[in-house]
Design a protein. Sequence first.
Lengths: 337, 337, 337, 337
Amino acid sequence: MIIVLKANQPKEKVDSFIKKLTGSYDVQVNTWVGAHSTVLGLLGDTTAVDEEYIAAQEVVDSVRRVQEPYKKANRKFHPEDTVITLPGGQKIGGGTLALIAGPCSVESEEQICLVAESVKKSGASFLRGGAFKPRTSPYAFQGMKAEGLELLSKAKERTGLPIVTEIMSAEHLPLFDDVDVIQVGARNMQNFELLKRLGKLDKPILLKRGLANTIEELLMSAEYIMAEGNEQVLLCERGIRTYETMTRNTLDISAVPVIKRLSHLPVIVDPSHASGINWLIEPLAIAAAAVGADGLIIEVHNDPSHALCDGAQSITPDQFDSLAKKVNTVFGTVHSL
Amino acid sequence: MIIVLKANQPKEKVDSFIKKLTGSYDVQVNTWVGAHSTVLGLLGDTTAVDEEYIAAQEVVDSVRRVQEPYKKANRKFHPEDTVITLPGGQKIGGGTLALIAGPCSVESEEQICLVAESVKKSGASFLRGGAFKPRTSPYAFQGMKAEGLELLSKAKERTGLPIVTEIMSAEHLPLFDDVDVIQVGARNMQNFELLKRLGKLDKPILLKRGLANTIEELLMSAEYIMAEGNEQVLLCERGIRTYETMTRNTLDISAVPVIKRLSHLPVIVDPSHASGINWLIEPLAIAAAAVGADGLIIEVHNDPSHALCDGAQSITPDQFDSLAKKVNTVFGTVHSL
Amino acid sequence: MIIVLKANQPKEKVDSFIKKLTGSYDVQVNTWVGAHSTVLGLLGDTTAVDEEYIAAQEVVDSVRRVQEPYKKANRKFHPEDTVITLPGGQKIGGGTLALIAGPCSVESEEQICLVAESVKKSGASFLRGGAFKPRTSPYAFQGMKAEGLELLSKAKERTGLPIVTEIMSAEHLPLFDDVDVIQVGARNMQNFELLKRLGKLDKPILLKRGLANTIEELLMSAEYIMAEGNEQVLLCERGIRTYETMTRNTLDISAVPVIKRLSHLPVIVDPSHASGINWLIEPLAIAAAAVGADGLIIEVHNDPSHALCDGAQSITPDQFDSLAKKVNTVFGTVHSL
Amino acid sequence: MIIVLKANQPKEKVDSFIKKLTGSYDVQVNTWVGAHSTVLGLLGDTTAVDEEYIAAQEVVDSVRRVQEPYKKANRKFHPEDTVITLPGGQKIGGGTLALIAGPCSVESEEQICLVAESVKKSGASFLRGGAFKPRTSPYAFQGMKAEGLELLSKAKERTGLPIVTEIMSAEHLPLFDDVDVIQVGARNMQNFELLKRLGKLDKPILLKRGLANTIEELLMSAEYIMAEGNEQVLLCERGIRTYETMTRNTLDISAVPVIKRLSHLPVIVDPSHASGINWLIEPLAIAAAAVGADGLIIEVHNDPSHALCDGAQSITPDQFDSLAKKVNTVFGTVHSL
């Protein structure tokens, strides 16, 4: 951490500030005195050093981190890729492309089983499906909740596909026993109390990037989960909010290689939410496979125009089948380059 | 709601779509057939009509709302300003400027009482203070939690100032009995499960706009609380995230008059989080008072450079005293224009 | 165009407004009277109808376009892809991937010729190189200007590669005779006077999307050029400005399939400016090839750490050679799917 | 400037880099060697040091400026406020609030004279009016051009109000002899060739902030004008582009106090373009006056619903009269605090 002090600070104040630093944190401080300004360099573990606290000090002009503020998610301290293996043997990370597919919402036993069987045939190794649905409007369909989770279990029984589904409150955790991968939605990416609770589980967490959160904030949210002991975190890029109105969100495709360089955690891309438009899903899925994503999470509905939510961004099982072939081909081509 | 159909749709499909609309919702449908396209107009209560569901229909090209999707927060159905009155008689809304002040974090009994007494003398009618602190890093100070709430109660006992403090999880609600106004932070603006729980209370909720949420989404989140029965909602503009790096966030000052036109709920401005810089707080507070805000929430710390969080955006009690005089003068001048 | 009128407008006002519409534009107006509001539908060529003018009318509540405001750039009126063919036979569009490569700035005859020969060997069919450089600071290197253009001509003579270079003012046009493709930079995307002048040339124009311009605005700027007669426009996605700080810009990869659906013009991707980081260029180039881009424009410098500008986002000739092989493989794979 | 070097760089490379720095720029380099990294501090005039060039060096990890990259616009080197005085005695800056008012477009002699006389009576000291209009669509009204400038001159003759009008190309400069303040629109804020030409004039330039440009970039564009010799620059905040759709742009009210702290140049606010909605102009104008703006530029049209452009954001002369009284009262109140 580099701290630039304000010009012309009295020596006592600077000394007392340095004392405070070495007293409060496990760091060493190097001082470099220039003609116009003094710069301090902090060595040691600066992850616990609060930038805002430092910035508020009377003698401080500005603060810059040199080291990343995350540790457990940091590739520097964990150079090999994390590979997440489910009890059923399904893997995410480590050179494969995991396909997670299913409807936005679970709507009926028939629907979820039909879609599950179909996406399995097309190569999906995980079933997604919403039981608790975060909706902008309180008047919109909020999901089948507990009943939806039961139907997911039936589909899992039938197909063997592990379940990926979203949690909206830690109070619902008792209902999630049969869920294999718990998803944290974009709107809850900084619901820190929820993250801490999920950090105490021994189950993979799929953490979606918030609407307008930076990559570093996403990694810090992963760190919340990991700091509690659960290191099975999947990071998901699902589009960010920009001024562009042609698409629902803007897929930040660079986030995939950037996150993979900074962190050892697997990266999943959600082209359905990123675009919000069904004909865009295939090209974005291909782009994600080409750029090194470890998995794709895609909304598939047997009858998109009757979907109870997000129909506009769902594709049919046939379209998914075609997409799956294409992304696998592209993923294979890129990996063999 | 105006629905533009795709060109050249077969009559049966259009008819069947219209039947579906009138069967599913309490609406009437008017059809206008043009040479190249057909437009449907929905009359009645369209708040329950799901735009995404409509947009996903095969025959539909695009959908536009004419009516706002919120009802209880809508000024159209509640033309007079909502005025919130606390048991102790303090008011927010209705032509006064409420000052809510206090430290980012409660740190000790001495600190919170000192600040409370001081801001009271300067004209604050509410005490703010964080006990549960949402921090980007799991390694940063997370607040004094339950103990912090107890210290806030002591300061309230001493000064009579009602308490405004943030909740981060519905599971903490039992600790909030003595809290007068419960704050929902920007990161939880779309934590819908939390909003629903707060909607069952009989206590004002101060709802902060999310980092990158639209004004309409803020109103929809208020609607979540109100739909459960709690109509005492205070909306708070605290700056939005943009590409500008000179300030922590960008205060959207237009949000104040825009929200007040769309809704009857009081609007509070938070210049501390909006700017992140202490010398900017006063001018932004004055701007907010000039533009019709019903209140200001401001971080005041007896010793900002030792604040355990957000010191850089705290002002001293003396600075608050001066600010309070100025904003009241400007508020008075503008109201008498 | 759909115009929603305000509620309860007197019939005379509405009639007079409709008369004004049919009198001013070559359109027919259909009126649909609902219980609470009246909706007008305009048929005919609405590209000349000014939305802002309509929105300002006393009786109008809101206006929505159904038809796109661009004509010449619109795929609806020109369903086949535009293929641009240079005098030397080089093509952009029509199922090939054009590689445009070269240094950020022309620095010397030796440098530009060395890079030109090298990128040609690797498969580039166009040479890029900046002579006039738009720099944020007036104190930064502004390019070799006229001399730079002369050196580009020498490199063209030596290699046969057509020149792509940026123009910053119409007054420099006389110097651009030997330039094959004139580039309009992001900062000048809405320099309409420049666009009009370029519209009078018989030479391809590579138009870069502005920092914060929508896809529709990009197409409207292309329309400025095309409306003057020059239909050889190449659209370039080069990243947009967001709140993310990890990359210089955020590559909007969705823009490629979206633009190709809306328009018949070729789409080029610039991964160098989109990322600003050399190790990100290859993955982004691969993503662009995978998603259907018609070309890539890439900064290549023989010695990036001595480049007079943008060195951090330049790759070496060797890296370009490797990249070229990979993007061609991926492009081939995707096109054969 | 602080340069953090990559870890474990060989001493020769570091030494050679330092030599390059002192050889290329008029700076001294201080080296601070830590256990894990080496930090260099540059002293002297670093405005000419190109950050990107430095960042591209093999041994460099990151670069941070400590000094601002602008000099002439920098308050540090010019502590007193710049006051701009027109030949007719009108002033901008120095404790007054200049009102600049007039129609979006000049439409006829009658119109411009009517509006000019009216806004003069209400206290405006400058007449604005567009002759060359930057429009997103080539099919929209582009302004009366040379004829519009002539009509502005007539209105000036009649009222004595100096003219503020936009230039879109340096080639039009010969027509601008009678123009008193030349405006550079948001879309041309980084049209550096135009800025350089305006820098050679002896006439105030009103420079509008670009749609998505930072405050620092605005100051750097001012620096382009000033570096050529023209120090009469007025900076204009006119709203930035965000994801919010309720307003045309988002007025960045913080920009006023931030710019005034960083620079000595006067700051003008344009509430008309910032909001795009006529009823929002008055509250935003009041906010701007309250926060210390040196002037306001406001669109006033005798008949907004017949305005040839931007009618939706124009107010009537009567509304302007009322607004002028209010902003002067608020400005007076705030200045006397």
